[in-house]
Design a protein around this ligand. Structure first.
Ligand code: URA
Length: 425
């Protein structure tokens, strides 16, 4: 077997055999296939695609490049959620303890933010003492104590994906749906969950800008999960406007705790409850209803146990940014648009996100939205508050927000429904 043969097969639009896929993933992980050869193959895949068999075998080969986690020692069924990421998407924070309170076990491996979408680990790290890096034994211990754990994926999980993702990032090949789907699903399947719910975001603030692309990605991932024996369902959900009212690490933790306390913004509550029901159903767990667990305090109890078991103090004051700036409505009317990408970019420029992997984030930075699309606003009324550690950050954030909100006579500018579609095998 040699790399040129594999590249030429896909360049000419032919199917890769199982032997070719297994060999090229293994050889690339070991450094036998060079980066320039793999980037050429990734481009050929982007241009010519892969069929269901090829994607499944590519995913399995990436899983085999590392370890596979095993939760059979737990007394119940595991279920997890993956979101393709969005602005103000803090759903994992209330969702994992909520599902735990309803009888599911949630082993959630999450990532850090890069670009305009936030990362779950960055949000949780704003809680003093909380630790993202856990060994497998520590994960099991937190799952036993709290029913849910949210932590970083160790280096041993799908190392082929780690290497390939970094290469795609610098070779214009991130967008290939077979490569995105196999990248996400190799990590989720290796994580060892029994059931999986995918939240595939659609809109300006998401990776997938159109419903058609999102549906294609969701269908491919549902097929991959199903073929690997993981009961997998996907929801397509709106990311044309930010989710909830808080965008930024500590601000989003505060909003998540409000949801766990039985309050919080309507859209965050609706999506959290819907995803919790999907996760429980996919795992075949028929415990307490999620709405009930938010009302009776059991979801909050699970959150407190989970945060404490990972070294965090659930009662600690969260970091606050030193400076704030209010943006007011320039005229009276209805807020007809609030673009997710513009708000995400502004929050990132305020310090909530990072430019390079190794950069720190500001825990207190971000944006609080005081109005959402469809709300009536009066001239001079606060529309949003910007939070940053230095006033010098406001100017570039304001530039990102230019044209991101519109005030008109009526309507919400034709927003996508919060849940657009449900995809099953
Ligand atoms: N997230 C991943 O883990 N992989 C991709 O390819 C894209 C998003």
């Amino acid at each position: 077997m040699d790399a040129i043969d594999v590249i030429v097969t896909k360049r000419d639009g032919r199917e890769l055999s199982r032997e070719q896929i297994d060999w090229v993933i293994d050889a690339y992980t070991r450094g036998v296939v060079a980066d320039e050869q793999m980037s050429s193959l990734a481009m050929a895949i982007l241009l010519n695609g892969m069929n269901r068999r090829e994607i499944a075998e590519w995913t399995q080969a990436m899983i085999r490049s590392g370890a596979r986690m095993d939760w059979s020692a737990l007394p119940g069924r595991t279920t997890d959620k993956h979101s393709t990421g969005g602005v103000g998407d803090k759903i994992t924070l209330p969702l994992a303890p909520l599902v735990a309170a309803c009888g599911g076990y949630v082993p959630q491996l999450s990532g850090r933010g890069l670009g305009h979408t936030g990362g779950t680990l960055d949000k949780l790290e704003s809680i003093p003492g909380w630790r993202a890096l856990l060994s497998n034994d520590e994960m099991l211990d937190v799952l036993r104590k709290a029913g849910a754990v949210i932590c970083a994926a160790g280096d041993g999980l799908a190392p082929a994906d780690k290497k390939l993702y970094a290469l795609r990032d610098v070779t214009g090949t991130v967008e290939a749906i077979p490569l995105i789907a196999s990248s996400i699903m190799s990590k989720k399947i290796a994580e060892g969950t029994g059931a999986l719910v995918l939240d595939v975001k659609v809109g300006s603030g998401a990776f997938m800008k159109t419903v058609d692309r999102a549906r294609e990605l969701a269908t491919t991932m549902v097929e991959l999960g199903t073929d690997a024996g993981v009961n997998t369902v996907a929801l397509l959900t709106a990311m044309d406007r930010p989710l909830g009212r808080a965008v930024g690490n500590a601000l989003e933790v505060t909003e998540s705790v409000e949801v766990l306390a039985g309050g919080g913004p309507e859209d965050v509550v609706e999506l959290t409850v819907r995803l919790a029901r999907e996760m429980l159903q996919a795992a075949g767990v028929s415990g307490k209803d999620p709405e009930e667990a938010l009302k009776d305090g059991s979801a909050m109890d699970a959150w407190r146990r989970m945060i404490t078991a990972q070294g965090g103090d659930p009662d600690a004051l969260l970091p606050k940014a030193a400076e704030t700036m209010e943006i007011t409505a320039p005229s009276s009317g209805v807020l007809t648009g609030l673009d997710a990408y513009g708000v995400g970019l502004a929050a990132w420029r305020l310090g909530a996100g990072r430019e390079r992997k190794e950069d720190p984030v500001s825990f207190g930075a971000g944006i609080m939205l005081h109005a959402k699309p469809g709300d009536m606003v009066r001239q001079g009324q606060p529309l949003m508050t910007l939070h940053a550690d230095e006033t010098s950050r406001f100017e570039r954030a304001l530039a990102a927000l230019e044209g991101s909100y519109t005030i008109g006579a009526s309507g919400d500018g034709g927003l996508l429904p919060l849940v657009i579609d449900r995809i099953t095998a």
